[in-house]
Ligand binder design. Structure first.
Ligand code: NZQ
Ligand code: ZN
Length: 388
């Protein structure tokens, strides 16, 4: 196990009716709140009215900024920064999914920065402060409710880039699984794929031994898969919604990655699909992960053998060698994706296949990717090709 420091300051308030706790989470010295949300789902569900009611009761000034699109855009972040400066906002409340939360985080770090907030996403500067953030989560997927990450798209050049800083971990996150009952089917299962992928990015490591985190990862993967099947049968299953919501947070609050080298190549490779075509994040991962798994396991099957045996119950006896066990695990993972209605290729997702060079160039802008196996541009192009 590698040495590590772990910091996770977010208060999590979880369960039915948990939004009622919002008022108690807002410190008494907060005077002005930027209420940040997406395209309308919170108005349809009644959550918008509930939040406004609670903020009014707290007698805070509300500055509204809705309209965050999936895969949030830099232009709205800039608008948010200007609003925060104008109204001296002292809390940003993000109500929605990863896109709203990430937009709020980017606004938060931009307010007291004299340069261009995009500098943080290009690695040109490091955030030194962030306006305090609160979250009400409406879709379990990205883990952004407790993560130190924000992913934003710059419209010019279609650049989708991430920023990482402990300063942007929210102060509190309210998680009510009931709020997820209104999710469209595609978002539910794309979210589940994203959750699994956050475990994969940590699970597939060259660090050994890492028994505790391996077993934690495997537990989260198994529970996520089991409850995904329950939601496929019955989307109104509250208990399954609750398990998935908790899995989403645990998968990306960093605890599963402590003491081990992480990977993250697949996320970078997948982001380029969203950047060009606006494809839902979890869908791009379901396209890329099977190809990535096949590509890297051909050279390093070890961890894939463990994955096959412990997560998908592949028995050693039935197969002649480790490579076959590894392949069977990947095959069962692909079968899971099919069962969840998720595409496993560009073709199944109905995406154009003619921009692989551009995507490869953008994905490798800062050099090689990956931890489990280092991937150069030629490897990444090969993975895109395998995903066609
Ligand atoms: O905009 P509204 O109307 O709210 O609709 C949203 C949106 O269309 C809808 N939705 C959300 N909750 C709903 C709902 N519809 C009905 N009922 C509800 N309860 O779902 C759509 C997708 O929302 P979005 O916030 O985009 O989804 P998600 O949470 O998957 O976020 C995706 C973004 O997060 C980034 C992704 O790259 C992508 O940009 N990620 C952020 C990470 C982080 N900050 O740590 C890590 C991830 O790996 C990921 O990269
Ligand atoms: Zn993700």
């Amino acid at each position: 196990m590698l040495n590590f420091k772990y910091y996770s300051p977010t208060s999590i308030i979880f369960g039915k009716n948990s939004v009622e706790n919002l008022g108690a989470q807002i410190a008494s010295d907060v005077k002005t709140v930027l209420f940040h949300f997406g395209g309308g789902s919170i108005k349809r569900s009644g959550l918008y009215d509930q939040v406004v009611g609670i903020l009014k009761e707290k007698k805070v000034k509300i500055v509204e900024l809705g309209g965050v699109e999936p895969n949030p855009k830099l232009s709205l972040v800039r608008e948010g920064i200007a609003l925060c400066r104008q109204h001296q906002v002292d809390l940003i409340l993000a109500v929605g999914g990863g896109s709203v939360i990430d937009s709020a985080k980017a606004i938060g770090v931009g307010v007291n920065y004299e340069g261009d907030v995009w500098d943080f996403f290009m690695g040109k500067a490091k955030p030194e402060s962030c306006v305090p953030l609160g979250v009400i989560l409406t879709i379990p997927a990205t883990g952004s409710e407790t993560s130190p990450n924000s992913v934003v798209t710059k419209e010019e050049g279609l650049m989708k880039r991430g920023l990482k800083s402990d300063l942007i971990r929210p102060a509190f996150a309210i998680l009510n699984p009931e709020l997820t009952l209104t999710l469209p089917e595609e978002q539910t299962f794309a979210g589940i794929m994203d959750i699994l992928s956050h475990v994969f990015e940590r699970y597939f490591t060259t660090t050994t031994p890492v028994d505790v985190t391996d077993l934690m990862c495997e537990g989260v993967m198994k529970a996520t898969i089991e409850n995904a099947y329950k939601l496929r049968k019955n989307p109104d299953d509250y208990d399954a919604r609750a398990e998935i919501m908790l899995a989403g947070t645990v998968a990306h609050n960093g605890i599963l990655g402590v003491g081990r080298l992480e990977d993250w190549a697949s996320h970078r490779i997948a982001h380029e699909i969203t950047a060009l075509y606006g494809t839902t994040h979890g869908v791009t991962l379901s396209i890329i992960f099977p190809a990535w798994m096949k590509y890297v396991s051909a050279e390093r099957p070890e961890k894939f053998v463990q994955f096959a045996q412990r997560v998908f119950g592949v028995s050693q006896e039935a197969f002649a060698d480790p490579a076959e066990i590894a392949n069977e695990g990947i095959r069962r993972f692909e079968a899971f994706l099919t069962d969840m209605g998720l595409p496993k290729s560009f073709k199944e997702a109905d995406l154009p296949e003619d921009q692989l060079d551009l995507m490869t160039d953008k994905a490798t802008l800062f050099g090689a990717l990956g931890g489990y196996r280092k991937l150069e541009a030629a490897d990444i192009k090969a993975i895109y090709k395998m995903a066609l």
